[in-house]
Design a protein around this ligand. Sequence first.
Ligand code: ADP
Length: 469
Amino acid sequence: MSRLIVISNRVAAAAGELSAARGGLAVAMSAALRESRGIWFGWSGKQTDSFNGHIDFNRSDGVTTATVELEEQDIDEYYNGYANRTLWPLFHYRVDIAEYERDFADGYQRANDRFARTVFPLIEPDDAVWVQDYHLIPLGNELRQLGVRNRIGFFLHIPWPPRRLLTTLPEAAALVRTMFAYDLVGFHTEEWLQSFCEYASEELGAELIGDRLRLDGAEVRVIAAPIGIDAKEFDVLAGSAAAKETTRWMRESANGREMIIGVDRLDYSKGLEQRFLGYERFLRDNPDERKRVFLLQIAPPSRAAVDSYQRIRASLDEISGRINGAHADLDWVPIRYVNRSYSREVLAGVYRAARIGLVTPLRDGMNLVAKEYVAAQDPEDPGVLILSRFAGAADQLKQALLINPFSAEELADAIRTALAMPLEERIARWRQMKANVDQEDVVWWRKRFVDALMAVEVRSRASRTPVPS
Ligand code: ADP
């Protein structure tokens, strides 16, 4: 069995921290790393005065992590800059707020180069390398330039933008060319995969042969592999005393009303403004029903160093305040808006207490909250999932009420439909979704990707040449 080297932007030092920080992904990776006696390499999240390539090794729960610290300029230009101000908005179709700065692009390249040089001595001839996400797109090519001939795979956890949007990025062609250094590139859905293939063939002249793209003698295989949650772990969480206590307590505090739940990192891609406005529309259009419900929106702040995140936070404070001011009564507040994190047990309990799960991102690579909501439901009395058709999860959770999150009317109609949905229909829809969540879980996803990576022919690897960057 080949040793697995996983490389991602962030790695928490201890396995305990890992599962708290990244949930299912950490759990799935940890199992694979433990079995193959592999290494998880990445940034510790800490800052150092000047980058020195010093690796901190940590072993916990049978998993070895190897972390480096980054200097301030890298954090500004690579992480807060190119990753979170340029690629994240662009890849979520927000070209209007994407910032194109050469300093960011240079910092991104520099940090990827530093990651590659630092991890390089850890890679042994039989290892398989698996690079994660948009922070590290050119990393595989950097490794090839250092002479790495191993199998290297890349998985993108966010959407891939349509070709016409991607062409607005000054470095797009160079960036996509570097991806031909990988043996395998994975996306959550066929839609993201097709957008990638379209860019590569139309803009770069790559040739698509089955599931392989060929360009200037290099060949990369592409697959769609939707990530799942750790369904077994989630069942245990949902059955925990803390989860049950939370459900009981939430029901009590609901005071006979139906709860609608939203749980999202505070991010403009999650469609929170549109969600609040759609909910307000429901309140206005349904005067008889409005006091039957309330919306609990849990949204912990993230990426506070980036302006657009400060703006969305201020805007949500304003909208929720206005809606509550306009509609609240002595005994009822329409939106409970909470900006903090909760333990996974408490979240599981909250999901279960909610009659409706509102997951309405404007664009989302997958969206694990949708799957967690399904996993947490009571089989005898499950709630209804209202899901954006622009989330990767909509491909698998087809029995949700699928909506266009840009339309306040569709959102309002879906809330009314969900509240009126008979028990038999709720159960029938939920059963099919639960079967999918259980079957296509995070372990299934990891195996699917790693098996495909291992199946890459050695001959095609040997002919791999780095692309000058
Ligand atoms: P993203 O990766 O864009 O944040 P996902 O829905 O795919 O979106 O994953 C979010 C993860 O973060 C889920 O596992 C969810 O349970 C967790 N999460 C979101 N909000 C909170 C919160 N307030 N407290 C704890 N965990 C949270």
